[in-house]
Design a protein around this ligand. Sequence first.
Ligand code: SF4
Length: 337
Amino acid sequence: MSGPLLKVENLTKHYPLSAGLLKKNIPSVRAVEDVSFSVEPAETLCIVGESGCGKSTVARLLMRLVEPTAGRVLIDGTDIAGLKKDALRGWRRRMQMVFQDPYSSLNPRLTAGQIITEPVENFERLSRKQREALAADLLAEVGMSSEMMHRLPSEMSGGQRQRLGIARALALKPELIIADEAVSALDVSVQAQILNLLMNLQQKMGVAFIFISHDLSVVEHIGHRVAVMYLGRIVELAPREALFAKPVHPYTEALIAAAPVPDPTRVRLEVPLEGEVPSPLNPPSGCAFHPRCPFAVDRCRIEVPPLVSMSDGRVVACHVRAPPVASRPSRHALERI
Ligand code: SF4
């Protein structure tokens, strides 16, 4: 296969609202606006932003758990939005999801062995011996003993349940796993174990990840590239090292400045991030970040800044910090996003 594993083009999701007896339409909630990116095989793309920025909606759109208002999600050049039920089933083998709360995403009445083998049995019949061998193999992959296959989720710790969720996601040998806040509910020490497990699995199996998190220290640990979202839009997308060494968008800069620094010798800039994320029901005009941005100029209140490519491979949407419009991303640069 040549080219990216997954390509997302101008993905948009608005939720229309209705009010009153006449169900009169009022403005839509603009959850995701014009989002584009690609994911290479065995790559980890992190999507980061504050709560309500639209990152989890992107995950649900990719899994086709919700339908997009506009835009395309391409796998090997095929737009999955147009796939019918049977074709969609085949595609679902290739992309799996790991959720934030493993407890609510695992059937409490099934044993770990049944939970792991259930996705495979949706496609093929397995003998009891095959089921047990598959469950034992996948439990071993995520660092658990085969004895765990007879336990219920309620008999496991949070970290064990998340390992079980990962084993279930691996059962169909997916090429891409979308992990939505997959370690947020875990203790810091267990978080590190799960992150190391994911990175080891990527090296061993070549699986790609879209890792969605609000936690920059997690993203800095696991991501190859990082997309920063604000109020439904990507405002900066960059290789991890470049992003953390020199954030360009004022929002990225403020997020990094606000994150705890585990290394006491490392100094980070003081960039205040004041105020709340505005409502996606009534987003600010122009650059949605302008009410919180200390660098805003008049133009920021009027025009939505386009994503502009920079020489180090990143793209940024900012009237003040990004280069002139004359150097907007070439077609080639956009394909790399
Ligand atoms: Fe701030 Fe203007 Fe850049 Fe938006 S476009 S981040 S308001 S400087």
